[in-house]
Design a protein around this ligand. Structure first.
Ligand SMILES: Nc1nc2c(ncn2[C@@H]2O[C@H](COP(=O)(O)OP(=O)(O)OP(=O)(O)O)[C@@H](O)[C@H]2O)c(=O)[nH]1
Ligand SMILES: [Mg+2]
Length: 438
């Protein structure tokens, strides 16, 4: 069930707790802002946000007794039907808090799952989110989950001697199985598409990065697409792959993907693994970073650790620092000097795209060769191959049948022709035009 159902916007209290004992990892400076944005992105109405520190989480209710009483008092004057907490709660903590406040309580995992559920639009996306939700639910089963029961009419549902909990577990198990098999089928179809890509010459470049870094904005500019880019967390859920808008820059497919976030629920990573598995076939990852974000360094580490979890750490990666238009030059210049192997752009203004494109080409094709080559009459098959690859810009045939072609080709691809008898690079245009005159 989504937090925001069709007509009702839930009035919500946000509880943000900074727990000392959970802060061993480097912490986002703006972790509170991110939590607030997450809640905001889910569409709830935030009535109040309360923020406090605590030494350790309490086993039974996560929040300490004193604070619990204080919040309960505050709730008397507030019109609130939902409470969202910025941590992952255990099933019993969740249940105890709900009983104590007599309100629905959800944790950060459930919040993220919920946002995903409202955003998923493709068939595969929806299946993946439902699977993640069910996997999450199966670890809880505390609220008397009656959804499936109602769907099936509820009669004859329970097996002999089964408690309600067992029935629910069995139904969820069944549904998970069914979803898994549908997902399997859908992914097989995608594999076929992937195979045909492999056979073509197209290279795949995947845009990855923290949510809201500007992946979709860049993707739209590179491929002339109209995917939704918004100042909301998780605007993109479904991967989309499109061809490069500037074919001169090589046969490249770009893929826009779901953004990452710190503490991404494991159920989601699991469910999205198959979609993200496609990234394994990528030739290059563009790691998009919002350079105007004060937390960008930690976010880069977070993204890299999720990439590692997905087994993608060995794919070549280029860091693309985006939103440079929001950073003043005096800050940007030293950064550029320090990070000379990284790219600096503004996707919004399409500035410095040439740098980006040439870096991509360098990575994918070891740079591009642009120039003339000559082919002996015996190399008719190579000539057709070059045409098939779409590399030939211009062609001239000399009187003795030698073909001269002006080509644009990746150096790595060119390597396969170099050394063939009758295939030569023509560096000297004068000789070339002499021979065509003849
Ligand atoms: N000023 C500025 N804003 C940008 C730039 N690139 C993207 N944005 C804005 O940043 C916000 C997020 O952009 P998206 O392209 O949706 O980001 P994303 O990485 O695809 O986000 P998710 O799909 O949620 O992971 C939008 O409001 C964009 O307009 C940029 O270069 N400069
Ligand atoms: Mg996006």
């Amino acid at each position: 069930m989504n937090i925001v159902e069709s007509n009702t916007i839930q009035k919500t209290l946000l509880i943000y707790i900074e727990v000392d004992s959970l802060n061993q990892k480097e912490k986002l400076e703006k972790s509170y802002d991110e939590f607030y944005s997450l809640a905001h992105s889910s569409g709830v109405e935030i009535v109040k946000a309360t923020k406090f520190k605590q030494k350790i989480p309490i086993t039974s209710s996560f929040i300490s007794k004193g604070k619990l009483d204080q919040i309960k008092n505050e709730l008397i004057d507030l019109d609130v039907d939902l409470i969202i907490i910025n941590h992952q709660l255990s099933a019993s903590q969740n249940r105890n808090l709900e009983n104590f406040f007599a309100k629905r309580v959800i944790d950060k995992t459930e919040l993220i799952l919920d946002i995903f559920a409202t955003r998923a639009s493709s068939y595969i996306g929806k299946l993946q989110v439902e699977l993640a939700q069910l996997n999450h639910l199966s670890t809880r089963l505390i609220r008397g989950w009656t959804h499936l029961e109602r769907q099936k009419g509820g009669i004859g549902l329970r097996g002999p001697g089964e408690t309600q909990l067992e029935t629910d577990r069995r139904l969820i198990g069944k549904r998970i199985k069914r979803l898994n098999s549908r997902l399997d089928k859908a992914h097989k179809q995608r594999e076929i598409n992937r195979y045909s890509r492999k056979k073509s010459r197209n290279k795949l470049v995947a845009l990855v990065g923290y949510t809201n870094a500007g992946k979709t904005t860049l993707f739209n500019k590179l491929t002339e697409s109209m995917q939704l880019a918004e100042d909301k967390l998780f605007a993109t859920l479904d991967s989309v792959t499109r061809k490069n808008k500037v074919p001169d820059h090589g046969p490249i497919l770009f893929s826009d993907t779901v953004g990452f976030i710190s503490d991404l629920p494991t159920q989601l990573v699991e469910s999205f693994k198959a979609t993200l598995d496609e990234l394994k076939t990528a030739d290059l990852l563009l790691h998009i970073v919002d350079i105007s974000d004060t937390d960008h360094k930690i976010k880069v580490l977070e993204v890299n650790s999720i990439l590692e979890e997905l087994g993608l750490e060995n794919i070549p990666q280029t860091i693309v620092n985006n939103k440079c238009d929001l950073v003043c030059n005096s800050k940007l210049s030293p950064m550029r000097k320090r990070k000379h192997d990284e790219i600096f752009i503004s996707a919004e203004n399409e500035s410095e795209f040439e740098d980006l494109r040439s870096s991509i080409n360098k990575n994918l094709f070891n740079g591009i060769y642009e120039g003339w080559v000559s082919l002996d009459t015996s190399l008719g098959n190579i000539r057709s191959q070059l045409f098939d690859m779409g590399c030939v810009e211009e062609e001239k045939i000399s009187s003795n049948g030698t073909m001269f072609a002006n080509i644009k080709i990746g150096n790595d691809e060119l390597d396969q022709f170099i050394g063939l008898k009758g295939f030569e690079l023509c560096h000297d245009k004068d000789i070339l035009f002499e021979s065509t005159k003849a």
